[in-house]
Design a protein around this ligand. Structure first.
Ligand code: ADP
Ligand code: MG
Length: 462
């Protein structure tokens, strides 16, 4: 551990209320990227910060921007640009926890895939912080429903992915609406030339902060299997069995592969769902929700679709095919072995991917030795089942449902033990609750007759 990893938040010049709030959140010491970037951010300078996924970048800019928010003023004072709605939601949640330290802070999420009207109405009630995706933010700016005249802090989060996703143009357009006098912070997992270009164009004498971006950390064990192209499916199945995996994130290069691999896994008793850009927002949300609440064990994803997923305890990442560049490889495997937990990064490599493997070796600066299929235990009977099942209830935020109402209903009148109930997600018009498999039948029976919050509901397993 480097000395900076044990630096306490108390060493920073931040409001006492925020210090207490961080303690309440269980944030004792700063992560390395926080320790390096926060002093500079708090001094008001522009910053480019590079650190791998899961390193605590959100709190770095969140604590910084909140120090300057004056919630007695009605204006938008901070704006955070994110590549996807999932990521914006995640950032919004983290910022909300941090914003508990500043009374009456209003945070509004502005993303595409959601109706424009309600967002416009929310903005009319005032917002101090807006978080969103570039396309929709630009939409609001052009239609005059969002005003940035008093903006103090502008944040580009996951800047590299925003560029990957083709947001360079809308970002350029957005920059015409932001005041010249402002602090700009740019966060990125990687630092390619395009990001340097943005840094030069939109940031003023930025300070560069970088934390072991290349290295994925010793917590991740990386293993490679060289196989023939036609052996990829059976190798994938053998990896699950050999490593006794009960959950994993599998990466494919194409949408077609994603669908085929997920179907192949399903046929072989491995409970998998595919996620890629062809799914509409609602379908994507459902898949992600099921993976996050443990009612889907394996997610098969493209790089873009996996972007911004919050998966804290992922035991393994599997590359069904190596990505074209080493940075993407690092990014993928960085999703396992987080927060000190150990992780497995397993890669299937075919003859035609040898050049990609050499690139990764060069990047890691260590040899990547390949094993063979025959070294893996095989068991056609090996199954991976998710421990939970998701039940959808036809009432949500609009009906003033809160997680406690569902938990209370199911454990009270429903008679379920609290241990049978997992993650509860409340959406606008419906809610999702993860239930242990063996308790699903009684849950559905109770929901078809009983009431939640004095209300009859409809429920079904998804
Ligand atoms: P990144 O944006 O770098 O991918 P996040 O900001 O999403 O990472 O943080 C990853 C996780 O670490 C989050 O769950 C966050 O709540 C947690 N976290 C952030 N800072 C700290 C800290 N100083 N101490 C403990 N947990 C932290
Ligand atoms: Mg982040």
């Amino acid at each position: 551990m480097t000395p900076t990893t044990s630096k306490r938040f108390a060493s920073l010049n931040i409001a006492a209320k925020q210090l207490k709030n961080l303690g309440d959140l269980g944030y004792e010491t700063m992560t390395p990227i926080q320790a390096q970037s926060l002093p500079v951010i708090l001094s008001g300078k522009d910053v480019i910060a590079q650190a791998k996924t899961g390193s605590g970048k959100t709190a770095a800019f969140g604590i910084g921007l909140l120090e300057k928010v004056d919630s007695t003023k009605p204006d938008v004072q901070a704006m955070v640009l994110c590549p996807t709605r999932e990521l914006a939601d995640q950032v919004g949640r983290e910022l909300r926890s941090l914003a508990r330290a500043v009374d009456n802070t209003k945070l509004v999420s502005l993303c595409g895939g959601k109706p424009f009207g309600p967002q416009k109405a929310t903005l009319q009630y005032g917002a101090h912080i807006v978080v969103g995706t570039p396309g929709r933010l630009l939409d609001h700016l052009q239609r005059g429903t969002l005003h940035l005249g008093k903006l103090q802090t502008l944040v580009f989060d996951e800047a590299d992915r925003m560029l990957d996703m083709g947001f360079a143009e809308p970002i350029k357009d957005i920059m015409r609406f932001v005041p010249r006098k402002r602090q700009t912070l740019l966060f990125s997992a990687t630092y390619p030339a395009e990001i340097q270009a943005i840094g030069t164009a939109f940031l003023k004498n930025p300070s560069m902060v970088s934390v072991d971006a290349e290295h994925s950390g010793e917590a991740i064990e990386q293993l490679f299997y060289e196989v023939n192209h036609h052996e990829r499916n059976k190798t994938l199945l053998a990896l699950f069995c050999h490593y006794k995996l009960n959950a994993a994130l599998v990466f494919c290069q194409t949408k077609v592969d994603c669908d085929q691999v997920a179907a192949m896994l399903q046929q072989n008793h491995i409970h998998a769902l595919a996620i890629h850009g062809d799914l509409d927002q609602r379908e994507r949300d459902r898949v992600l929700l099921q993976f996050a609440n443990s009612s889907c064990a394996v997610l098969v994803a493209t790089d873009v679709a996996a972007r911004g997923l919050d998966m804290k305890s992922l035991p393994a990442v599997i590359n069904y095919e190596l990505p074209r560049d080493a940075q993407t490889y690092i990014h993928r495997i960085g999703r396992t072995g987080r927060a000190g937990a150990s992780g497995l990064a397993l890669s299937i490599v075919t003859q035609s991917e040898q050049a990609r493997l050499r690139n990764i070796e060069k990047y890691l600066n260590e040899p990547c030795v390949c094993d063979v299929y025959a070294s893996l235990d095989q068991d056609p009977g090996y199954a991976v089942r998710a421990p939970m099942v998701t039940v959808e209830i036809n009432a949500g935020r609009k009906q003033k449902f809160r997680p406690g109402d569902i938990l209370g209903g199911l454990t009270g009148m429903g008679g379920l033990p609290a241990s049978a109930i997992g993650k509860i997600d409340i959406l606008d018009m419906n809610s999702f609750v993860a239930i242990e498999k063996r308790a699903v039948k009684s849950t559905l029976e109770f929901l078809s007759e009983g009431k939640i919050k004095g209300r009859s509901v409809k429920a079904r397993q998804i």
